[in-house]
Structure formats: C-alpha cells, structure tokens
Design a protein around this ligand. Structure first.
Ligand SMILES: *Cc1c(COP(=O)(O)O)cnc(C)c1O
Length: 474
C-alpha cells in the first residue's frame, strides 16, 4: 500500500476528529460569516506528484480555499434559491460517503430500497398519489431533462416511432409550450435534441403575473390540429413565484393530446403550508414533475427528484441492460434503468435523514418562516420611498427595484454593493423588462433578525445620497 495511504488509514479516527473540529468551527460562526466573498481565480498549478497525506491536504484547503468560500449555506445568502443544510442532512451526507453505496442497482445493496422509501415519503409530503414513481437526480435541471426525455418518448409513441430506438430525427419537429419556463427547460430541449427553438413561449396573464394565459395555451393547442405536444407548466417562477393554473391546464388534456411536465423545483413546497396549498393544486396531474430538494428541503447539493406517471416509457429511455448489470425487473426496475446515471450516489440519504429527524412539521415550519420573512421584507420595501416592490410576495421571493430609473448598471452595482458589505447576498434579474433585484428565502437558519440585517444592507446600499438621485456605492 502507498505509504501515505497506509498512514492515513492508521490515523483515520484522528483525521475525522480534525475534520469534525473544522466543521464545527465553521458552522458555529456560519450565522455571522460574510454572506459573500469575492470569487478567487484558481492557480492552475502542478498536480502533486507524491501528495502530502490528508493532514497536508487539509491544511492546504484551510489556507487556500476555505476562506474564499461564501456563506452560501448561511442565513442571509438570499441569492438564486439556495437553501442550506439541516443538521440531520449534514450528518447523512457524511454517512453517505462512509457507507459509499451504489444506488444504481438493488442486487448488491439495500441502498435502492432506502431510496424507494424516501420517494414514498416525498410523495406524501407533496400530496402526490401513488400513480407517480420517483427517482433521485442531481438537481431540477437534470430532473427536467429526465422528465422531458420521457415526454419525448411519449411523443414518439404518438407518432408510432420509438425515439429511444430510432433517434430524435424520427420525431420531426416538436412543439414545446410554456408561459414563463425556467432557463433549464431550453437547456433540456438542447440536450435532448429537441432544440431550443422548439420552445414556444406563450402569453402570460395580464397585470403583474408570470402565469401562463390558459386561453392562449388553448388557442395554441387548437392550432396543432391534433398533433401531440409537450406543455411545461410552471409551479413557482424564480422572480415572483407565480404559479400556472395547473388544474385548468390539466383539464385541457380531455380535449388535446399533450404531455404535461410540471417544473415545481421549489414551488412544490407550497404544499406544506395550508395557507398556500391551493397554489399547487393539480400537481398530481402532471405526467412528469421536477422538485428540487437541495433548495427548500435544505439538504446539501446535489439532490432533486423526478416523478412520472409513465415509468414504462422512462424505462425505454434509460434502460441499461447488460448481462453483468442485470436486466430491468418489473415492477421496480433498478434505478440505473430509470436515470441518466448508471452508478449512483445514495443521494436519498440526506432527504431520508432530514425527514426522519424533523418530519412534515419541521419542514413546514421552515417553509412557513421563510415565507413570513419574505412577506415582511416585501412590506419593508414597500414602505421605503427609494425602493419599489415589483410584484406581490406570493411565497418566498421578493422582487423589487430602485424607484428612480433602475438601469441594469445601477442594479448590478447595487447587488455588488450589498454583497460587499457581507451582510446579505441578493441577485439581479429582469422582471417584465425592468432591471430588478430578488431576495429569495429558503434557508432553515434565517431568522427575523437576519431579514432585518438584510433589509438594512439593501436599504443603505440604495439610499439616495444628499437628496440627489440614488447612487449605489461600489
Ligand atoms: C432552480 C430551478 C431549476 C434548476 O434547478 P437546479 O437544481 O439548479 O438544476 C429549474 N427550475 C426552477 C423553477 C428552479 O427554481
């Protein structure tokens, strides 16, 4: 055995205790760490020849990298929709590597069985019926790719061709309809050979809405004269967390032939709040649906699920049969026959632990608290003359801008100025043509005091100087 490997093996317990100390030191102050650090440029230096053992790797990491990491798992990182890591899911993430199971198959490990149990729990959490089967993937982008791959196979079936056998060319042109799709839908269309141009964006409801106009969708479906299509419904848009009317869209299936994919990356968590549960009504009608777990379930990256009603078609797309791997066995084919990967990390364990530790009630409390804090921040922004709230706070995202002439440059500079304080991190966007900022609440650690600190940072970075036009400092 390589001497350093054997030395590390002999001192493994001590190494893990050292890592534990580093982890607790970091987590003890995470609430107070700067929400953002300037990104560093990597030194593309030589590959170590001999290596230095884990103690040296650890000390290099602590010196070179740890200080450069942002507090993105902390309470005032309100960029994108980020989420943190609950204590239970952190413990689970460590154990995932300790046990290092391959959840691709079920002959060599019970890992896949644990994944199935977790999927059943998640189905219940989101109010889905057992017509849906689920699989873990790395994120909602991959979940959208997987769901749309099944949709593509379904489209083929409508034309009496097998896309998985004959290729996407056998399909001809494809119609993918959506109101305000996440950017990953176009990416998925590109990956799947449908082409980004196959995505047709439909009109949204008038006023301050990002939900698709179902009448416009009906007209579009009518114009296809019976040709099958894919409809991507959005349950929680990133800027204003608007929801398509899922029930109305699903009802159109009685008249038109389409596959309904629902992107509910974080919007599905509305199901945990009685006050907001109506938003996700119709979720169960999806032929496929994507839900992220590394966002609002607060498990570490990378974790999401894809649910579908058509596991038979999913199997056609993803099966990976070989004498050495085994053949897909019904009714529960191995996950390697249902997902892009063959070997798979047991990424269900973090969700399993967090649900076992905090249950529906614990996770509902996080969603409720985040939502209440977003509403309060929205109220504060509404009460601030130099800021303008751009849309009602529907769930956990606050979308706002500068009251006075918000240009892209000013918005970028504001986001940068807020980040530079270390007090909060928010991200720029464009909403209905207006350069804007968004603050997304999805971390289990975020408190009232954190929301107030974030507001103070935002308000002072945007406050007009000596009565003149607002000029965010950089
Ligand atoms: C975040 C998000 C995605 C992409 O998810 P990743 O986990 O980043 O791949 C897709 N759709 C929506 C609505 C999202 O919020």
């Amino acid at each position: 055995m390589y001497p350093l490997l054997s030395e590390d093996r002999a001192r493994l317990a001590q190494l893990l205790r050292d890592v534990l100390d580093i982890a607790t030191d970091h987590l003890d102050v995470l609430d107070h760490r700067p929400a953002w650090q300037p990104p560093v440029t990597p030194d593309l230096q030589f590959l170590p020849g001999k290596g230095g053992g884990t103690p040296e790797a650890l000390s290099r990491f602590i010196t070179d990298w740890a200080p450069a990491f942002s507090g993105s798992a902390g309470p005032r990182y309100l960029g994108f929709v980020t989420g943190g890591t609950t204590p239970a899911s952190l413990a689970a993430d460590w154990l995932t590597s300790v046990y290092d199971q391959n959840a691709g198959g079920s002959t060599g490990s019970s890992a896949a069985a644990l994944e199935r149990q977790t999927i059943a729990w998640l189905r219940e959490l989101f109010g889905l019926s057992d017509v849906h089967t689920g699989v873990f993937v790395t994120g909602s982008t991959m979940s959208n790719v997987t769901g749309l791959a099944v949709a593509r196979e379904w489209l083929g079936q409508q034309h009496d061709v097998s896309v998985s056998e004959e290729g996407v060319a056998a399909l001809g042109s494809v119609t993918l309809l959506s109101g305000a799709p996440h950017s990953s839908i176009a990416k998925a269309a590109s990956i799947l050979g449908l082409g980004r141009a196959s995505l047709r964006r439909l009109p949204l409801l008038p006023g301050n809405r990002e939900a698709v106009d179902v009448t416009a969708l009906t007209v579009e479906l009518e114009s296809l004269r019976g040709r099958p299509a894919i409809v991507v419904a959005n349950a929680g848009t990133v800027d204003t967390v608007d929801f398509d009317d899922l029930e109305a869209i699903a009802a159109l299936k009685e008249r038109y032939n389409f596959w309904l994919h629902i992107d509910a990356a974080f919007g599905a968590f509305a199901a945990l709040l009685p006050s907001h549960a109506h938003l996700r009504a119709g979720l169960d009608q999806g032929d496929s649906l994507s839900i992220d777990l590394h966002k609002w379930l607060n498990v570490p990256y990378d974790s999401a699920v894809l649910f579908t009603r058509r596991q038979d078609l999913q199997l056609k797309v993803f099966h990976n049969a070989s004498p050495y791997l085994g053949m897909p066995a019904l009714p529960d084919p191995d996950f390697m026959h249902l997902t892009p990967e063959t070997s798979r990390r047991l990424r269900a364990l973090t969700a399993w632990f967090s649900l076992a530790a905090y249950g529906r009630e614990g996770h509902a409390e996080v969603v409720a608290r985040n939502t209440a804090l977003a509403e309060q921040l929205g109220d504060k922004i509404m009460g601030t003359p130099h800021l303008r709230l751009l849309a009602p706070v529907r769930l956990n995202v606050v979308c706002f801008t500068l009251a006075d002439n918000p240009t892209t440059e000013k918005i970028q500079a504001t986001a940068q100025a807020v980040a530079a304080t270390g007090e909060a991190f928010i991200t720029p966007t464009h909403y209905q043509g207006t350069p804007a900022l968004r603050a997304a609440f999805s971390n289990w650690r975020t408190s009232q005091a954190d929301m107030e600190r974030a507001f103070t940072a935002i308000s002072s970075a945007t406050a007009p100087r000596d009565g003149s036009a607002p000029e965010p400092g950089v």
